[in-house]
Design a protein around this ligand. Sequence first.
Ligand SMILES: O=C(O)CCC(=O)C(=O)O
Ligand SMILES: [Fe+2]
Length: 320
Amino acid sequence: MTAQPAPHPVQSAIAPVSMADYAADPAGLAAALGASFARYGFAVVADHGLDMTAIQAAVDDAKAFFALPADTKMKYHEPGTGGARGYTPFGQEAAKDADVVDLKEFWHTGRDLPKGHPYRAMMRDNLWPDEVPSFKPHVQAMFQAMDRLGADLLRAIALYLDLPADWFADKVDMGNSVLRLLHYPPIPADAPGVRAGAHEDINVITLLLGAEEAGLQLKDKGGRWLDIAPPPGALVVNIGDMLQRLTNHVLPSTTHRVVNPAPERRGFARYSTPFFLHFNPDFEIATLPSCVSTDRPNRYPEPITAQDYLLQRLREIRLL
Ligand SMILES: O=C(O)CCC(=O)C(=O)O
Ligand SMILES: [Fe+2]
């Protein structure tokens, strides 16, 4: 595989928050993260402690999978299942209300549930490609690493919300979380559509690696698009609709997109790996009382289970 030149330097709108002092000063991280989320719905997290060699091994296997012939990849596509597991080809997903499809293909890995677990009724079994033998152990390890880091970030978010640090722990420990391995191929000059149209994430929080290749933008409060250009290896974390709903918009789920590169970088693929952290499917998303006040009336008087909310939203993005 030929090495890509360094991505285009882009000025980032968001200052990174370091997790290096997390153990010594959890309240400090909670305050810094919370301030970034409240302002942008996004945070850039450095010193997150992920084993980047292990992550790279999984990303390399994803690249090997995407390089397979289309009909081989289609063996791992399960139509009519919302793209929950395995492969989703080009031309399938579109942003809500968009009239063009996104310029991407992806693979989804979820949680491996023990035999007989009641959530198996709602969470499909994983698929694994035979053609790339190390894919399964590498991608499983990456899923577990992101799952653990997500739980850590939720402890900081709980502190920011004045909840006990472990408030989220038993609400996400068997969550329907998904690791998405994404491939945006090189783009012809006249390609219609964009790599990923403007959208909000459905889940609780998203942990994104691989956004160094320029293109990821968030829509700021005033309607302006801002570039999110993380330093190499940094994690981009954003609030999803489920946490926005739980917090009555104290933590906003911000619209974002991946724009097509400048002409001189159109020949390069983009590989990124969002981990969509979800609640356990039967968790009832009911507005936190501490996030309701006379200035901030409850926007969601009716609770909804995480599973019902997910199904409703997947229909909107044409995955069901
Ligand atoms: O590829 C990226 O950087 C972001 C992708 C994204 O926003 C998504 O898949 O929800
Ligand atoms: Fe997204």
